[in-house]
Design a protein around this ligand. Structure first.
Ligand code: ADP
Ligand code: MG
Length: 309
């Protein structure tokens, strides 16, 4: 294999128009390589095409054009092998209300052709903290428990790649922590993880590499560290020792007075030195009680890349 868990070339999806609307181009020719063993984030605003891409990987949506290789298997040439390599936790809570968690896992295992002797239903239920609910009807489970069951279902055939579509949207802190500790553990055991999330700080913390898509096109792909490095804006926040008569000013500095009286000076570290910023503060006659600096986060990068259009 190439070292990539997933390889996508020229992926397009056009949904047929629904009543009163024309056809919708959800993916407009995406190229994407996802390294084996990574925790990979797929980010983008609502409607960007994230779920469409993931559902194509899962075999739930039929692509319009392009090539998809999963674990080295072309989806069109080796559909069975490519499907076996991937487990998907979907965004929608689509569970049969009359199945118990154990039955749901057994049915899923059957669908994937996992022989009875190799099934791990109890182990997987314990992993997601549902061992006490193994025999309860799905309709009696809370929203959080249903999400855990969806994760469990994605794992029954021991896939090399786990895909999670907005796994923590609208879930409580406890479930979020459980999900992330599971994800970390599975990744440490060698599983490649692909996730979409709305929470940029989560992506920043969890992902080794990130692709950003917008309006069906990839606008960036890089390591999380490099993406963060793309923006060199820094903000120096000065808490003055006394009332401020004159605000500091200087080339390349953007000044903002905050409600708490602090003066925030934003500058590009490649063009303006911290020395120059401090000199401007002294020149304005301000004595400094306290000072701290703020760096750009992923949200800044994200906004910059998705603002156009
Ligand atoms: P995301 O997951 O990034 O929010 P989606 O992949 O769900 O984006 O949707 C991408 C675009 O495709 C949106 O404009 C959405 O309205 C449209 N879309 C998604 N599913 C369908 C469908 N089944 N039929 C028609 N249009 C769809
Ligand atoms: Mg989605």
């Amino acid at each position: 294999m190439s070292g990539n868990a997933i390889e996508i070339e020229g992926l397009r999806k056009t949904y047929a128009g629904q009543k009163g609307t024309g056809p919708k181009q959800a993916l407009k020719g995406i190229d994407l390589a996802i390294p084996e063993g990574s925790v990979f984030g797929l980010l983008g605003p609502n409607g960007a095409g994230k779920s469409t891409l993931i559902n194509i990987l899962a075999g739930l949506v039929v692509k319009t054009a392009g090539r998809v290789r999963i674990w080295g298997f072309d989806q069109d040439v080796n559909p069975r092998q490519s499907r076996a390599a991937i487990g998907v936790m979907p965004q929608e809570l689509n569970l049969d209300p009359f199945f118990t968690p154990r039955a749901a896992l057994e049915v899923q295992a059957g669908l994937y052709g996992v022989p009875k002797s190799q099934r791990r239903s109890d182990e997987i239920l314990a992993l997601v903290g549902l061992e006490d609910k193994a025999e309860s009807y799905a309709r009696t489970l809370s929203g959080g428990m249903r999400r855990r069951l969806l994760l469990a279902k994605a794992l029954v055939h021991s896939p090399q790649i786990l895909v999670l579509d907005e796994p923590t949207a609208g879930v409580d802190i406890e479930l979020r922590q459980m999900l992330w500790s599971n994800v970390r553990r599975l990744n440490e055991q060698g599983m490649t993880i692909i996730l979409t999330t709305h929470y940029l700080e989560e992506a920043e913390e969890m992902c080794d590499e990130i692709a950003i898509i917008n309006h069906g096109e990839k606008v960036a792909q890089d390591s999380t560290a490099n993406l963060l490095g793309r923006i060199d804006a820094k903000t120096m926040v000065i808490h003055p020792a006394s009332d401020v008569a004159t605000l500091p000013a200087g080339p390349g500095m953007e000044i903002d007075q905050r409600p708490d009286g602090a003066i925030a000076i934003t500058y590009r570290s490649a063009e303006t030195s911290a020395d120059a910023v401090l000199a401007a503060v002294h020149e304005a006659g301000i004595s400094i009680r306290d000072v701290k600096t703020e760096e750009a986060d992923l949200e800044d990068v994200f906004l910059e890349l998705t603002r156009a259009g």
